[in-house]
Design a protein around this ligand. Sequence first.
Ligand code: KIV
Ligand code: NA
Length: 267
Amino acid sequence: LAKRRTAPEILARKGGEPIVSLTAYSAALAPLVDPVVDFILVGDSLGMVEHGMESTLGVSLDLMIAHGRAVVNSTAEALIVVDMPFGSYEASPEDAFRAAARVMAETGCGAVKLEGGAHMAPTIAFLADRGIPVMAHVGLTPQAVNALGGFRSQGHDAAAREKILGDAMAVAGAGAFAVVIEGVVEPLAEEITRTVAIPTIGIGASAACDGQILVLNDMLGLTARVPKFVKRYGAIGEAVSEAVKAYAGEVRGRTFPAAEHTYKPRG
Ligand code: KIV
Ligand code: NA
């Protein structure tokens, strides 16, 4: 059995060969991603792309643990990072530790991710000091969609850029092993990547980052609408539709099941 990649190994990749990551949520698809990427994120985006929610705010800790366990159980090589859902970690470092400890213990993942910058730095330090590797997430933080006024790119004026740079510096100083930068203008991603000593993982944050991540369902073509920053590498949604139509046609035409799909008595 190949040994899994670890959070310290990801940290050590700062400034080196680009770090490759995708989300995955299920035992159906995670094994296909596992041998190719450096880490898999069980993102709370699963609320939207797998559970039909309009935002990530309704995702529960139990739901993240269920999907986290499915991904850990079905993979062997990649580091598995599980998102902390909205409401499970913001109120205090102690609350965050209890929730993150459940995620680590009940899924077997190697790290957690949480959203937020300077205001989450004490929590990141609290977890990191107690043996929980933390990936941070700054810029467009979807759990703050109501405060941000929508899913909008960030860093369009100097004050916003200074705030987000400060967030990235704070989470790096607190001991995060990497930081996701989402939906920010290229010069800001470039400045953060140049400034902080931990790898930056971009999504909608230009090629300047130390690595990239995309939502698997988006890049496979399984979601109807995708943001500007998504490139579709597959048309899996169309492939599924074609297969379902072929099956329906054969059932209606009485050509499936055929003899080779049918049990005959042995005696
Ligand atoms: O939930 C998620 O998929 C994420 C990535 C977009 C970084 O947080
Ligand atoms: Na997320």
